[in-house]
Design a protein around this ligand. Structure first.
Ligand code: ASP
Ligand code: MG
Length: 400
């Protein structure tokens, strides 16, 4: 049996009929190269945003189950059209939803996690020589409900399938030719990173790099799958994400990421009944990705993209909290994380660019993070990129 190749095409790559037909050509080309081909597609263009908008026009608190039914339709449109396009080129193809593909998740609607993949139908169709097209971003819970995997989750579908099928490689296609050391739409001097370790990439994704979904990297790391981030338009460049590199291959410069918008709550700890609040947070599924229960104050931050009903849920908590909308800008990479020298350089650069100290600063083994006002997030990214990725201060830990 020939090797299996999993390709994933993002929303901009299938945004209209013309682009969808180009993707069909690429898929057919992979088949002609002798691979068994599985293709995962995202919803066309900004379909998912538009569907979210529609839901919000109806209610500020869309029920998550119904949101999943709605949003998963976006990827279904793409899979069916692409399958038609491939068949029109004379190749056999079949499209499957996430549940038909055997993607089983937990029951956390809108942000479900894949628990198991049983790709039996995919394997059967591959054995028949067909190209299999899968709707990304969705699965089925053990309660037999349709779930979605969180914004950007089609990447995770692709990597999870690659793992379950024992694929040779997983290629993630989008409108950029790889992973950059900052968002190229914000930082003009951003450069492509050729090699990245899973750990650094996962941290970048969790801290806001949207090119790859963090859960996808976690899967790739757990299954040892080499991930290629490439441009749909072709070209030589790409980023390879895998476990180990020879020291000379490793990208030594860190990357700059930005997570936004975050809803940041802060209130005196004495003001609340801690047990009740923690129970309520659990009940509403409000898992804060950054929370700090200090001696005097409690701070909780929620990434808006993960919580469709955030405002309503926060109101229900009935806290007398200061609420701010902020961005968290981070320097990610083992060279910067936890380094006192890097922290000193970064804080100074941010003070100079913003005219004030960052609103919050914290460090972790793989990063330095700064909470800044939304309006200053772009300037902050540019300042940090110049410092760490262009000028490159000596960042070896302990080397002063
Ligand atoms: N269509 C979904 C989103 O926009 C999933 C994806 O594109 O990966 O978030
Ligand atoms: Mg994406």
């Amino acid at each position: 049996m020939s090797a299996i190749l999993v390709q994933k095409y993002g929303g901009s790559s299938v945004a209209d009929t013309e682009r969808l037909l180009q993707v069909a050509d690429r898929v057919v080309a992979a088949k002609q190269r002798g691979f068994q081909v599985v293709v995962v597609v995202s919803a066309m263009g900004d379909t998912t945003n538009r569907l979210m908008q529609r839901a919000r026009e109806i209610t500020p608190e869309p029920p998550r189950r119904e949101l999943d039914m709605l949003l998963s339709a976006g990827e279904r449109v793409s899979m069916a059209l692409l399958s038609m396009a491939v068949q029109a080129r004379g190749y056999e193809a079949i499209s499957f939803t996430g549940s038909q593909s055997g993607i089983l998740t937990n029951d956390r609607h809108f942000e479900a996690q894949i628990i198991e993949v049983r790709p039996i139908r995919i394997q059967d169709e591959l054995a028949r020589g067909k190209i299999v097209i899968v709707a990304g971003f969705q699965g089925m819970s053990y309660k037999r409900e349709i779930t979605t995997l969180g914004r950007g989750g089609s990447d995770t579908t692709a990597v999870a399938l690659a793992g379950a099928l024992g694929a040779e490689a997983c290629e993630i296609y989008s409108d950029v030719d790889g992973v950059y050391d900052a968002d190229p739409r914000v930082v003009l001097e951003a450069r492509r990173m050729e090699n990245l370790r899973y750990e650094d990439m996962e941290e970048m994704s969790r801290m806001g790099a949207k090119v790859l979904h963090a859960e996808a990297i976690r899967f790739a790391r757990e299954h040892g799958i080499a991930l290629y981030a490439k441009a749909t338009s072709g070209g030589e460049g790409y980023t390879l994400i895998r476990r180990d590199f020879a020291p000379e291959d490793t990208t030594v410069r860190p990357a700059i990421t930005c997570l936004r918008p975050l809803c940041w709550l802060s209130f005196p700890r004495a003001q609340i009944n801690e047990e009740t609040l923690q129970a309520q947070l659990a009940e509403y599924g409000l898992d804060s990705s950054m929370s700090f229960w200090g001696k005097e104050r409690v701070e909780l931050a929620f990434w808006r993209d993960a919580y469709p009903e955030l405002d309503v849920a926060v109101q229900r908590l009935n806290l007398q909290a200061d609420i701010e909308e902020v961005a968290v800008v981070s320097v990610v990479g083992s060279q910067a994380g936890g380094s006192a020298q890097a922290l000193a350089h970064a804080s100074q650069a941010l003070r100079a660019s913003m005219g004030a100290a960052p609103w919050r600063i914290w460090t972790a083994p793989l990063r330095l993070s700064f909470a800044v006002p939304l309006a200053q997030a772009n300037d902050a990214q540019r300042a940090l990129h110049r410092l760490f990725c262009v000028d490159g201060p000596p960042l070896v830990k302990g080397d002063i």
